[in-house]
Ligand binder design. Structure first.
Ligand code: CDP
Length: 231
């Protein structure tokens, strides 16, 4: 029988994207980005002087990301507060976004990015990176380009994009595979490559090809939301 995804999507189909700018009025920049039922909001504050003062760097500003899942964003209530997982995701999100920012323009300062996942159905770090990238642009932080992010995985030996939690949990015999990526739009520069599970080396180009199609759609949605805001 031909392979079919749980929700009937083609291997290269993203879930419906929602992209909105300006969802948090008090922030310097904010955005919402959703892949289907995975909804991330991001708020940017700064650049502002970093405290305590001894942490200031006269050579550069710093980007400080805080990612969190709201307690009832997942089926099992998530205990409030930081965890190893949220610390890891905050750190990889900083690394994914920093290459597009020239932080040397803002010595002694911090740019705070708060990412909240208000509903989770897999792919939250990638939705968070997309939202944060838009929120940084909305805050007027000079950027080389937007960063686009998506997760690729395997289902029944097929390479598929933007997996739901049900898909992520499905074990097609080779174990679940989650391969989140981020790329600077219109470049060949990846800023996030993480692999949980197994993808044979000879299939990595298939992963990059399917991710590239997704990046193009994500970039269009991000740009459209920003254009609507600024027009
Ligand atoms: O969300 P992402 O795929 O970037 O990271 P993950 O750590 O691989 O988590 C996969 C999914 O597991 C999340 O998107 C949530 O849907 C779910 N999850 C959960 O149900 N409870 C948690 N405490 C953490 C994650």
């Amino acid at each position: 029988m031909a392979f079919k995804r749980i929700d009937g999507r083609k291997n290269s189909d993203l879930r419906p994207i929602t992209a909105k700018i300006g969802v948090i009025p008090n922030a310097d920049g904010s955005a919402l980005f959703a892949f289907g039922n995975t909804i991330a909001i991001a708020a940017v504050y700064g650049p502002r002087l970093l405290h305590p003062q001894h942490m200031q760097d006269p050579e550069t500003g710093i980007l400080r990301v805080n990612y969190d899942l709201l307690s009832f964003s997942v089926n099992d209530r998530k205990k409030p507060g930081p965890s190893r997982r949220s610390q890891e995701i905050s750190k990889v999100t900083e690394w994914a976004l920093s290459p597009v920012l020239d932080l040397k323009e803002f010595p002694n300062t911090v740019i705070d990015v708060q990412i909240y996942i208000i509903q989770a159905d897999a792919g939250t770090r990638t939705a968070g990176i997309n939202a944060a990238s838009m929120a940084l642009a909305h805050a007027g932080i000079p950027m080389r380009n937007l960063v686009c992010s998506v997760a690729v995985g395997k289902q029944d030996k097929e390479i598929v994009v933007d997996l739901t939690k049900a898909e992520e949990d499905f074990d097609g015999g080779e174990g679940p595979t989650d391969f989140p990526l981020a790329k600077i739009a219109n470049t060949d520069q990846y800023t996030l490559l993480q692999l949980d599970g197994k993808i044979p080396a000879e299939r990595v180009s298939e992963v990059l090809t399917i991710a590239d199609q997704a990046f193009a759609n994500i970039y269009e949605a991000q740009k459209k939301a920003l254009k609507e805001e600024f027009s």
